[in-house]
Design a protein around this ligand. Structure first.
Ligand code: ADP
Ligand code: MG
Length: 240
């Protein structure tokens, strides 16, 4: 199951946040999306997740029911009074619908996912009482029980401790070994060089896409920074 993006432009109020993007993502790819702040990384992920639906161009081979999405933590309302268990079980939304309560099998899946992320015993904690690392572990547990072909992670390692980073990386490695497609936004270029075979360097437009080593060159990174400084100071309008 591959995903092909054809001439994708996503705009807010006529200002393109992602501009004329073409790329092919193969099943089993572990792809990093990197680029300056405001480069359109979250916007692209939101379009892949089906959260943003207004765009020009098209995205082929994407089915919302085969995607698990971990949003940027800043997009979450941590004051929402939900327990870790209930947060994780919302990952079963597709099977649960409006029915109340989990059957034994679904309950076991939640418990196994919590165990896998090291949060056994945290079931009844409110998410507002968790550290960033624990909240991120909960969100990974939610992705785990969704058990999807395509996994989208928006800055999964922002503001978390090293131990959590190592533990969650081993979960991503298992997804990768099982031929899941993992697409992750991150600022950590050392992490990308070490772990992610492919990269997209984005500065609204694609600066480069392909094998990480050839994408994350000094020249490309300079180019991305220069473009980002330009769109900080000039309004960018899509000229088609
Ligand atoms: P990144 O994740 O790379 O930092 P974003 O995709 O969040 O970038 O944002 C890209 C651009 O789109 C930024 O200029 C941002 O201000 C703008 N933008 C993002 N979301 C919205 C929105 N909901 N409404 C208007 N503009 C937005
Ligand atoms: Mg973002």
């Amino acid at each position: 199951m591959s995903v092909r993006i054809n001439n994708l432009t996503i705009s807010y109020d006529h200002r393109p946040a992602v501009h004329h993007l073409d790329m092919l993502i193969n099943q089993g790819d572990w792809l990093a999306i990197v680029g300056p702040n405001g480069a359109g990384k979250s916007t692209l992920l939101n379009a892949l997740a089906g959260v943003v639906t207004e765009y020009e161009g098209d995205i082929e081979g994407l089915y919302p029911e085969s995607i698990a999405y971990l949003p940027q933590q800043s997009q979450l309302d941590k004051s929402f009074p939900i327990t870790v268990y209930d947060l994780v079980s919302t990952g079963l939304w597709n099977e649960l619908g409006f029915s109340r309560g989990l059957n034994a099998n679904q309950h076991n899946k939640c418990e196994e996912a919590l165990e896998a992320v090291g949060l056994h015993g945290f079931e009844n904690r409110l998410i507002g009482s968790l550290s960033s690392g624990q909240l991120q572990r909960s969100l990974f547990a939610r992705v785990l029980i969704q058990d999807q072909h395509i996994i989208l992670l928006d800055e999964p390692f922002n503001a978390i401790d090293t131990k959590t980073l190592i533990d969650l990386t081993s979960i991503i490695k298992k997804w990768h070994e099982n031929n899941r497609t993992v697409i992750m936004v991150t600022h950590d270029l050392d992490y990308v060089r070490e772990h992610c075979p492919k990269s997209l360097l984005l500065a609204r437009e694609c600066i480069d896409f392909g094998v990480t080593k050839s994408v994350l060159t000094e020249k490309n990174l300079r180019h991305a920074r220069a473009l980002s400084e330009a769109f900080d100071t000039h309004a960018v309008w899509c000229a088609g």
